[in-house]
Ligand binder design. Structure first.
Ligand SMILES: CC(C)(COP(=O)(O)OP(=O)(O)OC[C@H]1O[C@@H](n2cnc3c(N)ncnc32)[C@H](O)[C@@H]1OP(=O)(O)O)[C@@H](O)C(=O)NCCC(=O)NCCS
Length: 159
């Protein structure tokens, strides 16, 4: 069983199917379009290419989670979210560290991610973790009645 220590007395572990309802609630708290339970379950059920991590207390109360997709020598950060009351305690950083640790056992060399260009906390987290912007995707995120938001593509080598 994989297990990483995290700040605030929490730990990080692979997600389990019973975590799905909590993860859907947490994702909805962090994003304009939250993922459905089925979407999250599909990632947990495809362990060949997807890595899903939770930051949790010993009673499986989940404070944050992250989903990675790794194919051949590339990896993509599909999502990362920390519950509002747990933010700024180092959990985002700890989730990334666990993922990078795991990816060392795979052929992955590079991680990419997309982030809304106005998402200052996330961009600050990624920069602090060594990601750099490589391109910009204009009007990438649909915002319904609001104007679409542009995305920044960021990259970091694993080693
Ligand atoms: C982005 C997010 C995951 C960060 O999680 P977190 O657990 O609060 O991040 P950490 O505490 O590990 O922060 C690590 C570093 O990132 C930077 N950072 C994180 N949040 C920041 C903020 N609000 N303002 C400025 N810098 C910030 C800092 O450098 C921080 O280190 P420091 O606290 O020692 O200064 C969290 O804000 C979140 O869930 N947001 C909503 C969902 C989201 O936008 N996800 C990213 C989608 S691409």
């Amino acid at each position: 069983m994989k297990y990483w220590l995290a700040p605030a007395g929490l730990h990080i572990a692979p997600a389990e199917p019973e975590d799905v309802p909590q993860l859907a609630r947490l994702h909805a708290e962090g994003f304009y379009r939250g993922w459905s339970e089925d979407e999250i379950r599909a990632y947990i059920d495809q362990p060949k290419h997807h890595f899903v991590y939770v930051a949790t207390d010993p009673k499986r109360q989940i404070a944050g989670f992250m989903v990675l997709r790794q194919v051949a020598d590339e990896c993509e950060l599909l999502t990362i979210a920390v519950a509002k009351r747990w933010r700024r305690k180092g959990l985002g950083n700890a989730l990334l560290r666990a993922g990078f640790d795991d990816l060392m056992q795979t052929p992955a060399q590079t991680m990419f991610l997309e982030v809304e260009e106005g998402n200052k906390p996330a961009i600050a987290l990624y920069r602090s973790y060594g990601f750099s912007p490589v391109s910009r995707r204009e009007a990438y995120y649909d915002r319904g009645a609001d104007a679409p938001a542009s995305a920044l593509v960021m990259r970091r080598e694993l080693a």
